[in-house]
Design a protein around this ligand. Structure first.
Ligand code: DLL
Length: 436
């Protein structure tokens, strides 16, 4: 099922023409109205009249998070305040957040993006959609909410947290679709499993989950599908570009379709800033093609992934993005080896005795990096059998060494001792950053 068949299955030649027209418009508009863009384009020696087709995008300069910080709060806005109807903000770890402003048309396009995703997963107006992403400055809650409203489904806006109430409402109202981060979905699944009053098969009517806002792996998908007896779909997005629903999977779960009529993606080598060979992994860059409030042009997301332009079996022509391996900022360099938390997650989930909860601590002692991974055993396996614990530890270390090329110290910790997240999970503490 499509939400907007004409666009989602548009032939690529017509799509490129549409992208070129929209790019020319946005470049002209921002050049004429936003000092930031005018300055950057003048420095790069590009004029709006140089942008005639989508291929001309390579003439334009890149921008990054620091630019949005430098021009905080409104310096990159391209619409007057009378036309801005909503703000969101992404939580910067330090300092000022990134503030995004939306016009009514921006909100309409955003909810259409989410509606396209929900429809691709198979949602209809018959569904009851529980939105357990946080409501507020975070785009997850209201973004998923507006998309669900747009398709006429019944929204249950639980926001994040209060897990026992989430489960009670899920049972009593018969929620069919759950929207939350994959790490919170794992926590909900565990909580349902441990709740003596809830029988998953009899009491829970969930059909599928809409999971995103943080990197997750194929093994996490398998875990969530098995534990919640659902299909687990990916949804991708970021505040700077709009919010959730920049793209989503279809029923084939073979890549995340990006809504290219609204957001133009490129993959570049983060060092040379040149485009990578087709299909190669690199940094994802977006240009918003219709945004009025806070457009971005060649915005470097720091997300590492690859793109596949082959037509999908679902009939959509829109490009498919591979899983986000992580953000370049999340990459740990431990004793000279690059490590992504998602690689660790994937290995832990291969071993059924572990819960899938983990926490990585990196430090530097006597000028040598230390690398510790805490993992939890499922309660039924936790106990006095030291032999089993050692065998499990060895198995995990062996797999991690072969995947990462580096040996971590493993600590098997008590069930439920690793803090569960209600939104985006925090899996890493790099103490080297505290005492550089
Ligand atoms: O996380 C928007 C969102 C909300 C997406 C709900 C999906 C669902 P930000 O807080 O600005 O916005 O964070 C954006 O989160 O650059 C990625 O690094 C990461 N991210 C988002 N979706 C995914 C995903 C929202 N499906 C940042 N897979 C992005 C992996 C994701 N990483």
């Amino acid at each position: 099922m499509y939400y907007n068949e004409k666009i989602e299955t548009m032939d690529r030649e017509s799509l490129r023409k549409l992208q070129g027209e929209r790019l020319a418009n946005i470049v002209k508009h921002t050049y004429e109205n936003v000092e930031f863009y005018r300055k950057r384009m003048d420095e790069a020696g590009v004029k709006p009249s140089d942008i005639r087709s989508i291929d001309d995008i390579s003439k334009l300069p890149f921008m990054q998070k620091q630019d949005l910080r430098d021009y905080y709060p409104f310096g990159t806005f391209a619409a007057p305040m009378k036309d801005i109807v909503r703000f969101h903000a992404s939580s910067g770890t330090t300092g000022k957040p990134i503030v995004a402003g939306y016009t009514q048309k921006d909100l309409d396009n955003w909810s259409e993006g989410v509606a396209r995703c929900l429809t691709a997963y198979g949602a209809t107006k018959e569904d009851i959609i529980q939105v357990s992403y946080g409501y507020g400055l975070f785009t997850g809650g209201l973004g998923a909410h507006d998309g669900a409203t747009r398709i006429g489904a019944a929204v249950l806006p639980t926001s994040s947290g209060n897990t026992s109430k989430q489960i009670m409402l899920m049972k009593d109202l018969g929620t069919t679709v759950l929207c939350c981060t994959p790490s919170y979905a794992l926590f909900l699944a565990e909580s349902i499993e441990n709740d003596p009053e809830t029988n998953l098969k009899e009491d829970i009517k969930l059909r599928f989950g809409v999971f995103g806002a943080e990197p997750w792996t194929e093994n996490m998908r398998k875990e969530l599908e098995a534990k919640l007896n659902i299909k687990a779909y990916d949804i991708y997005g970021l505040t700077e570009v709009s919010g959730p629903g920049v793209g989503g999977e279809c029923e084939y779960q073979d890549g995340t379709h990006l809504w290219e009529d609204l957001f133009y993606p490129e993959i570049i080598d983060p060092v040379t800033l040149q485009p990578v060979e087709p299909g190669q992994q690199g940094e994802l860059v977006f240009t918003t093609l219709t945004k009025e409030g806070m457009p971005v042009i060649r915005y470097r997301t720091r997300d590492l992934t690859h793109l596949n332009y082959e037509k999908c079996r679902c009939g959509r022509t829109m490009v498919r993005m591979g899983r986000i391996m992580g953000r370049s900022d999340d990459m740990l360099i431990i004793r000279g080896v690059n490590v992504f938390p998602s690689q660790i997650e994937s290995v832990i989930l291969e071993i059924p005795e572990f819960t899938g909860q983990y926490f990585v601590t990196v430090d530097r002692v006597n000028n040598i990096d230390t690398f510790q991974v805490d993992v939890e055993l499922r309660p039924e396996y936790y106990g006095d059998d030291m032999g089993r614990m050692l065998r499990l530890k060895d198995r995990l270390v062996g797999r991690l060494v072969s995947v990462l090329g580096i040996r971590p110290e493993i600590r098997i910790v008590e069930p439920n001792s690793i803090t569960r997240s209600q939104g985006k999970a925090k899996h890493v503490l790099d103490k080297r950053l505290l005492n550089p």
